[in-house]
Design a protein around this ligand. Structure first.
Ligand SMILES: [Mg+2]
Length: 205
């Protein structure tokens, strides 16, 4: 199988960092501050559309966020049991990453955690609402068979992207969005903890 991972919130445990950056930004812009729970409940897409920030400004904001995240990379952690799970999965499956974070950030992070060699590819592109298109692009670029490819992510837009690309999805509940909103999008599988991925893909922990 080809297992394509989202990065932020799925592999990298950076919700708190991103939340602090977002709060600082909202304060500076004089906009309403939102709680972490509300962020998890609503998800990025809804929050951005409700924020009143014009769409054309978003790519610039994302670039700024990437820069700020890059400064935090040495402090960012992985979800606790995920490294072992990634190593085991990589023995039987081809692993890749699709992200709107930068290849440089992701590579540095994975190197810091000695996990870079387990991934066959990292595809990065800034396009907040076009994850499905990115997924399709990667499937064709690496000649992956859709029926043998699964997208693993922590947000409802990851599940939507997998549906758009006509592949199966795994929603992980340790990231940015609540289990309830993820279930609302009907992912093919739900992982409550990293080890669940091993069971899903016929490996033992
Ligand atoms: Mg994510």
């Amino acid at each position: 199988m080809n297992l394509i991972f989202d990065f932020d919130g799925t592999i990298c445990d950076n919700f708190d960092t991103v939340f602090i950056l977002a709060t600082e930004f909202l304060q500076k812009e004089g906009r309403t501050i939102i709680s972490a729970n509300e962020v998890r409940r609503k998800g990025a897409k809804k929050l951005i559309s409700e924020s009143g920030i014009p769409k054309y400004k978003i790519p610039k904001l994302l670039l700024l966020a990437r820069k700020k995240i890059a400064e935090q990379i040495p402090n960012l952690k992985l979800f606790k049991t995920l490294p072992k799970v990634i190593i085991k999965l990589s023995k039987k499956h081809k692993l890749g990453i699709i992200t709107s974070n930068s290849v440089e950030n992701v590579t540095t992070f994975l190197k810091n955690h000695k996990l870079l060699k387990y991934f066959s590819f990292i595809h990065s592109e800034i396009d907040l609402f076009g994850k499905g298109k990115k997924l399709k692009k990667v499937i064709s670029r690496f000649s992956l068979l859709p029926e043998e490819t699964i997208y693993i992510g922590d947000e409802t837009r990851d599940i939507e992207a997998a549906k758009y690309a006509k592949i199966k999805s795994v929603a992980v509940i340790w990231g940015y969005e609540s289990e309830k909103s993820l279930k609302g999008q009907n992912p093919d599988y739900i992982a409550e903890k990293p080890k669940d991925l091993l069971k899903m893909f016929n490996l033992t922990s």
